[in-house]
Design a protein around this ligand. Structure first.
Ligand SMILES: Nc1ncnc2c1ncn2[C@@H]1O[C@H](COP(=O)(O)OP(=O)(O)O)[C@@H](O)[C@H]1O
Ligand SMILES: [Mg+2]
Length: 396
């Protein structure tokens, strides 16, 4: 296994594209003294795969078109011995295609195909070690409805909801409105697979509910209508590990201007004018809650992380009812903004250590996968075997 080339994969066709660029650049910065060569894999907003040193420099993104032109197209490929790596396309007159072997892939995407298991599946197909959750945990983590259903089955508290599919809404709108209203206003309407508060609406009456549902269908064909937790304190907690061992971070209370934390609240609050991604959002660390509440939330976070089969670092978000102290699991981010490094720094772990730990876990999972029997040496289609199969003609 090559020891020195780390691929940092980010960007992608996602509403959280820019946030992912920031996470990737922050990670590259933290790993700059690691003795490794960092190779960017930048997926543009329309899905092109590019590499080139300049893509790990934030300045480049001010002139995005130039940055893209300067980037070299690339793709995953196997070399003559079947070893996976990154192959760049020839660029310019004299430049040959380049082959880059890889130690591991750092998945620094947020949202959509980079976080929902699709990109992770590609890494699996090429048998590349990668950071973070595997295919199924990523898919479950991205789907708020399925994640909540699984939690319900395991008696982890989640807020009551009604699931609305676009085709049901068209056919049975009145019935769905009736079910949603049974939960009682105010309600939250949210796309099942999005993040960063995109398409999330708080509504207080029937007209606003219908408008919000129609509007959120622009983002997703599956929505959840949820009962609002009120009065609300949001508490997040990060988990790092895998099935064997895991640790939980201190808790944070993210702060928004209004009751609903918006995209701007989450990412645009850096006071120095510098883009800091999720690390810039205003928050209280540790969250101003009792030691008992903190322990309860940390225990739930670890349990849910295990239940979904996550790996690497994740951030789990909870809704706390300030009045009665009830805690509900809201959602999991299997690739949290800025990899939640600010929560780990507050838990005595530096960002570079966090990344090293994520890489170690990714490589360990890869080794485990490759130590299992994955194919049979017998060729069922060899001459001899095929003769034996002739009797099956016509059958299936
Ligand atoms: N059931 C709820 N009760 C109260 N507030 C909610 C509820 N659901 C969502 N919110 C508010 O909306 C924000 C965004 O919703 P969330 O489910 O976290 O979606 P996203 O994945 O877009 O972050 C939350 O951070 C919270 O402020
Ligand atoms: Mg959220």
């Amino acid at each position: 296994m090559p020891q020195n080339n780390l691929l940092i994969a980010f960007g992608g066709v996602s509403p959280e594209h820019e946030v992912s660029v920031l996470t990737a650049i922050q990670a590259a910065h933290a790993l700059s003294q690691s003795g490794r060569t960092l190779i960017p894999l930048y997926i543009t907003k329309n899905g092109r795969w590019l590499t080139g040193e300049h893509l790990l420099d934030l300045e480049s993104y001010k002139e995005i078109r130039q940055a893209e032109e300067k980037g070299r197209p690339c793709h995953f490929a196997l070399d003559d011995q079947g070893r996976p790596g990154l192959r760049t396309s020839p660029a310019g007159w004299l430049r040959k295609p380049q082959w880059i072997s890889l130690e591991a892939v750092i998945c620094a995407f947020h949202g959509a195909d980079g976080e929902n298991g699709s990109f992770q599946g590609l890494c699996e197909i090429y048998n590349l070690p990668y950071t973070g959750a595997g295919v199924s945990a990523s898919a479950l983590g991205m789907d708020k409805r399925l994640a909540k259903e699984l939690c319900r089955r395991h008696e982890i508290p989640v807020v009551d909801d009604v699931w609305i599919r676009e085709d049901h809404w068209v056919r049975e709108q009145d019935e769905l409105v009736r079910q949603a209203e049974k939960l009682g206003y105010p309600l939250y309407v949210k796309p099942v697979t999005l993040g960063s508060s995109i398409g999330v609406h708080r509504v207080e009456n029937r007209e606003a509910l219908s408008d919000a549902v129609e509007s959120s269908f622009r983002y997703d064909m599956d929505l959840l209508v949820e009962k609002a937790v009120h009065p609300l304190t949001e508490i997040n907690c990060s988990v790092l590990g895998d099935d064997d061992t895991l640790q939980t971070s201190v808790c944070e209370q993210p702060l928004g201007k209004e009751e609903l934390l918006s995209f701007e609240d989450k990412y645009m609050q850096g006071d120095s004018g510098e883009a800091k991604g999720m690390a810039s959002a205003s928050r209280r660390i540790p969250a101003p809650i009792s030691d008992e509440k903190t322990a309860e939330i940390q225990e739930l976070a670890g349990r849910i992380f295990r239940l979904l089969g996550c790996a690497g670092v994740a951030r789990l978000d909870f809704l706390l009812n300030r009045e009665n102290g009830k805690v509900y699991f809201n959602e999991i981010n299997t690739i949290p903004g800025s990899f939640s490094f600010y929560l780990w720094e507050a838990s005595e772990m530096r960002f570079d250590r966090l990344l090293e730990e994520m890489i170690r876990i990714g490589k360990k999972r890869h080794r485990k996968k490759n130590s299992r029997v994955r194919s049979h040496d017998i060729n069922l289609l060899s001459q001899k075997a095929v003769k034996g199969l002739k009797g099956l003609k016509g059958g299936k």
